[in-house]
Ligand binder design. Structure first.
Ligand code: NAP
Length: 344
């Protein structure tokens, strides 16, 4: 068993509640001795930290769908790594796992909360992307909340990001016509040229409304919203009869210091007998295995393409998180840490 007695655990702590955009000073870096796992626990060396827009809401005071992170606490994060010590018979040293690890190099996890993953079947990073929460969110949000069917037009915002890229690709596999909304011509051509979207709309263009109308001449059956705000409003103006609007997230609103304005075009829901429904992926936890099996098959057959945007080192965490709000990332934003001590 590798010795961990002399290892230091570098950690990123929440130092302040941000006002508006995230600043470096909202975090503090510190180190502590690596904690030892007790009965039923695992010591994990983290290899990838998942960087998610939801982290911004966990930094605010008060509860959203999860408790706020306390000042001085290790910043909450999902992640993936390798077991260095196991005090649970179901896990062995060297096993790859995912879990809520925090922004730090080493974590002690309750074995019951860790998920063993097969790095022979897919790279470790995929389990934080298409084979993890972003993939599950896209899968259940599109098919169970959005009820997308072959032949329908699916419009998705944040389309070059982790969830959005998965939504568009799943919709394409299911035989839908797929239109993505993303920031800038480069991301738009990534959607059509690399991911096989039928059309893409650059929301930063002064002609965005016109471009959306051209891309969806017959309107939209499913709008999968990752960004909220003005883009949600623009999409509401394109609904077809009995359309479904899936509220997955509102990244354009997370840095607001005041509660954002509601959608102005909501009367479209009435006019087109449409519905708008939000969801939280954790409600689908009992069915993650079902989504993972299907997504793995599509990934293995090449029908789904996985893209990660990786920054190296714990110190890059504040910049990595900011990238999500500046549109700096294409694909799933990840932080990569160190080398794999479990296998070296
Ligand atoms: N409901 C759930 O259970 C659940 C689960 C997971 C994630 N989510 C939500 O899903 C959404 C996507 O998450 P993700 O992890 O896949 O992030 P992501 O899409 O990979 O990254 C965020 C993207 O949002 C876009 N963006 C940022 N600010 C914007 C603005 N003001 N207007 C328009 N677009 C903006 C940027 O792309 P551009 O360059 O195109 O601007 C950026 O790349 C988030 O809202 C997240 O909270 C919800």
């Amino acid at each position: 068993m590798p010795t961990v007695a002399n290892l230091l655990n570098h950690q990123c702590l929440l130092a302040a509640r941000p006002q508006g955009a995230i600043k470096d000073s909202d975090f503090k870096f510190s180190s502590a001795s690596v904690a030892q796992p007790g009965p039923g626990q695992l010591l994990v060396q983290n290899r990838f930290i998942s960087v998610d827009p939801a982290m911004r809401s966990w930094m605010n005071d008060g509860k959203s769908y999860m408790e706020a992170v306390s000042i001085g606490e290790v910043m909450r994060a999902a992640g993936a790594g390798y077991i260095l010590r196991s005090e649970d018979p179901r896990f062995q040293v060297g096993d790859a796992v995912t879990g809520i690890v925090g922004v730090q190099e080493f974590s002690v996890l309750e074995a019951k909360d860790a998920v063993k993953v097969d790095t022979g079947a897919a790279p470790l990073a995929s389990y934080l992307n298409l084979l993890g929460i972003p993939g599950f969110t896209a899968y259940f949000g599109l098919l169970e909340v959005g009820l997308a069917k072959a032949g329908e037009t699916v419009l998705v915002s944040g389309a070059a990001g982790a969830v959005g890229a998965a939504v568009g690709q799943i919709a394409r596999i299911k035989g839908c016509r797929v239109v993505g909304i993303a920031g800038g011509p480069e991301k738009c051509s990534y959607l059509t040229q690399t991911l096989g979207f039928d059309a893409a709309v650059d929301y930063k263009s002064p002609d965005a409304r016109k471009l959306l109308a051209q891309a969806c001449p017959d309107g939209v059956d499913v709008y999968f919203d990752n960004v909220g705000g003005k883009i949600l409003d623009m999409a509401l103006s394109r609904l077809r009869m009995r359309a479904r609007v899936v509220i997955c997230g509102a990244v354009s609103q997370y840095n607001n210091t005041e509660r954002g304005e509601g959608p102005r075009n909501y009367m479209s829901l009435l006019m087109y007998r449409a519905r708008m429904e939000g969801f939280v992926i954790f409600d689908y936890a009992p069915r993650y295995a079902e989504a993972q099996a299907q997504l793995s098959q599509w990934l293995a057959s090449g029908e789904l393409r996985s893209q990660e945007d990786v920054l190296d080192g714990l110190a890059a965490f504040p910049s990595a998180l900011r990238r999500l709000f500046e549109g700096g990332n294409t694909g799933k934003m990840l932080l990569r840490l160190g080398t794999d001590a479990a296998t070296t």
